[in-house]
Design a protein around this ligand. Sequence first.
Ligand code: PRT
Ligand code: ZN
Length: 214
Amino acid sequence: MNNNILRIAIQKSGRLSEDSLKLIKECGIRFDNGAGKLKTDATNFPAEILFLRDDDIPGYVEDGVAHLGIVGENVSEESNRNVDTVHKLGFSKCRLSIGVLREHEYLGVQDLEGKSIATTYPRLLSQYLAANNVTAQIHEISGSVEIAPSIGLADAVCDIVSSGSTLLSNGLKEVETIFRSEAVMIASKHLSEVQQGLLDQLLFRIKSVQVAKN
Ligand code: PRT
Ligand code: ZN
């Protein structure tokens, strides 16, 4: 493998994609992002861009297949992969919250004792419950989490919230925020000296772009 280039993994298609591409371009890195491509070479910087599903990015970075990745902190933390979080990027802000049916009179986290909670974030949820001495049943499901309480599949949900309108339209209310997230840059723990130098250059450019915006 070429230890003199940086392979940067970003989300192929989703909420992070546009801002990830914009950030890379704002750093002055040029590349051809031909539609449908899974990998592209930068033309003026020793880098390659990989386009992946966000959930796969922490694992690729841990394994060193990619050297850098842009993902939500929620995905990186849930994955529990051994990577370095090198910079917070300020976009795709959201929170991981617990929601219960609107008519449920919720008095505090102890109300979750013995309840079932549907989520795609079992690790972050179990950490939160343990920290609060609550024992609840975690129902891991892969999507459409918010519908679970209204169809009797679970008493509560733990899912990503941004505006709150999805909770609302499913008859739920947000009762606890367990994690606040934004897009972050993660890096492999096994960078060559050249790659570390390239990362430093990139971080310098990212910070300059962020300062210029504030
Ligand atoms: O296909 P791939 O696996 O790559 O993408 P994905 O579908 O898993 O992820 P995607 O593109 O939906 O989200 C990528 C990242 O964006 C997430 O990991 C978060 O870090 C961040 N993000 C920011 C969000 C939201 N805002 C968000 N609102 N991720 C998901 N949502 C969903 C949430 O799951 C819920 O269904 O939007 C709904 C809630 O939104 P509101 O505005 O109604 O509260
Ligand atoms: Zn995903």
